[in-house]
Design a protein around this ligand. Structure first.
Ligand code: GLN
Length: 486
């Protein structure tokens, strides 16, 4: 059952081949058998899941079910869930139980989906390897000595190993796309403002966006459709009807113009990744797409720009964790200042503390103009590059997602800058606010790799269409890591 697509699962439920309770139990059993080694779940909500499954079975019996009714899902532990711990990978929130549900949790519940549990992640979504989690690293199902990518490491590991059919994730600088590429999944970060951020613990508010990791573009389309839409509770949510992401999946891509930014194809990616991407370009050409070299001259500045903007926003967002209102409180403090210092010192891990310090520094008097303001100006230039490309008739942009396949644990841990460079291809889309996705394009020495598509604002349907057409012509995305295939 765990190898079925969402459409197949929905058909199985309708055809009474299995009930949602049986399907849910199947995944809970697999979690029990395999997650000890993978560490993708931090909380398993078996009781809640079975209750939701029974409700879904009743809806199915009554003929009221939608396509997602009764289908299990894993939720990244960054989304608030009423009555269920939301720890965001941090000791700071180890005992935090939110009094309300995030909008996307509400929406997926309303669509009838069954939450299996909450998924491991880098602390406060800061990282590219899932090694910064208070709950320990997550292993890559393709090779357990390697990282699954981050920060949505739990989301991708559980889907790649068949411990959930699909999962939610978030992406501030690449945290959906880079881990998807490293685990042979399809991951999509929609346009900024398309999915509500209400109840999603904030890292860098102007960059954070929720999305999906799935085993195909079609599965991703179904779930993203249900998550999207205007939310009055999020002031950055866009008041615009949600496009139909599913009907157009089978449209031909003939005549489409895809831009290849020369800055993304300079040195940087490994030879193996380059070869796979060139093959993907050849396949898309056969499907009728036209390719054109373009230039996004300011994209090479994405990483330094991001590491000013994101920490600046993080330092402000994380100020609320003071040991008084939320989260970990140090014991025996003798003054208010000591309480703040010790609670934050004990509750936050090293990477989070590093980001808070960088953010505080770049926002401080005397450095604000030199760093923060300058970064905002460069951010605008990066956005203008994309705007120009799309105005010049480019429909989508294609690039690598990650420089290489999954690396070994500990490989980048002593060098924060080397770790930051993992997101060299993904960050620009967050700075510009445009949608972007990653999809599998083959293997290098047995490890999966992917390529990235970026689109104009609200071009999710077109991107998913191209991804689906590519997946009809290739079978990379159908491959499983041997240990989890049966
Ligand atoms: N790896 C990047 C970082 O550490 C991006 C994280 C994310 O997208 N949440 O900030």
């Amino acid at each position: 059952m765990h190898k079925h697509s969402i459409a197949e699962l929905a058909a199985g439920l309708r055809g009474k081949k299995f009930s949602s309770r049986e399907l849910t139990q199947h995944f809970l059993k697999r979690i029990d058998a395999h997650d000890g080694a993978l560490n993708s779940y931090v909380t398993i909500t078996a009781e809640r899941a079975l209750k939701q499954a029974d409700a879904a079975d009743a809806e199915l019996a009554a003929g009221n079910a939608g396509l997602l009714t009764g289908i299990p899902i894993g939720q990244k532990d960054i989304f608030c869930t009423q009555g269920v711990r939301t720890a965001c990978g941090s000791k700071m929130l180890d005992t935090f139980i939110a009094p309300y549900d995030a909008t996307i949790v509400e929406k997926l519940d309303a669509a009838g989906m069954v939450m299996l549990g909450k998924l491991n992640m880098d602390e406060f979504a800061m990282g590219s390897s899932n090694e910064t989690s208070f709950y320990g690293p997550v292993c890559n199902p393709w090779d357990k000595t390697r990282v699954p990518g981050g920060s949505s490491g739990g989301s991708v590991a559980c889907v790649a190993a068949g411990l959930a059919p699909v999962a939610t994730a978030t992406d501030t600088g690449g945290s959906i796309r880079q881990p998807a590429a490293l685990t042979n999944l399809t991951g999509i970060k929609p346009t900024y403002g398309r999915v509500s951020r209400y109840g999603m613990i904030a890292f860098a508010s102007s960059l954070d966006q929720a999305g999906v990791v799935a085993r195909s573009a079609e599965d991703a389309a179904h779930v993203l459709q249900a998550m999207s839409g205007f939310d009055a509770k999020d002031s950055t949510s866009v008041e615009r009807p949600v496009d139909d992401l599913v009907t157009g999946l089978n449209t031909s891509i003939r005549g489409l113009t895809i831009g290849l930014p020369k800055e993304y194809f300079a040195d940087g990616m490994s030879a193996g990744v380059r070869e796979r991407i060139e093959q993907a370009i050849a396949t898309l050409t056969k499907l009728g797409a036209n390719f054109k070299e373009i230039s996004l001259p300011n994209s090479p500045l994405s990483v330094p720009t991001y590491y000013v903007v994101a920490p600046a926003e993080a330092s402000s967002n994380l100020a609320r964790f003071d040991g008084v209102r939320y989260g970990h409180r140090a014991e025996g403090a003798k003054s208010l200042e000591e309480l703040y210092k010790r609670s934050r010192g004990e509750g936050f891990g090293a990477e989070v503390q590093r980001r808070i310090m960088i953010g505080t520094y770049v926002l401080s008097h005397g450095y604000y103009d030199a760093y923060y303001l300058q970064a905002q100006k460069v951010r605008r230039l990066i956005y203008d590059d994309f705007k120009r490309a799309f105005a010049d008739g480019i429909d989508l942009v294609l690039s690598p997602t990650a420089t290489d396949v999954a690396f070994k644990f500990g490989h980048n841990s002593d060098d924060p800058v080397a770790m930051y460079l993992n997101d060299i291809y993904t960050i620009a889309a967050n700075l510009a606010g445009i949608p972007a996705m990653s999809l599998p394009c083959g293997f290098v020495d047995g490890l999966p790799t992917g390529f990235q598509l970026m689109g104009n604002f609200f071009a999710e349907a077109r991107m998913l269409n191209v991804a689906h057409q590519y997946q009809q012509a290739t079978d990379f995305h159908t491959k499983w890591p041997t240990e989890y295939a049966s």
